[in-house]
Structure formats: structure tokens, C-alpha cells
Design a protein. Structure first.
Length: 35
């Protein structure tokens, strides 16, 4: 996945990806922080 693909995703989609990758404390992050 590249940067352009990530930027086109919604915050909820990025949160799902973060959850799948076991990234700690991801729920409070903003979209640009998740990218």
C-alpha cells in the first residue's frame, strides 16, 4: 500500500488497518497521524 492509497482511505478504514497491525493507542489518532 502506498501513500496515495492511504490518503484516499477514510479515518475509519485507517483505524481498521491500525487495529489489524496491532498498533498501540491508535484510537485517539487523527487521520494524518494514522497515515
Amino acid at each position: 500500500m502506498n501513500l496515495a492509497e492511504l490518503e484516499n482511505k477514510t479515518r475509519d478504514e485507517l483505524l481498521d488497518i491500525a487495529k489489524q497491525l496491532d498498533i498501540p493507542a491508535f484510537s485517539g489518532l487523527r487521520k494524518h497521524e494514522l497515515i
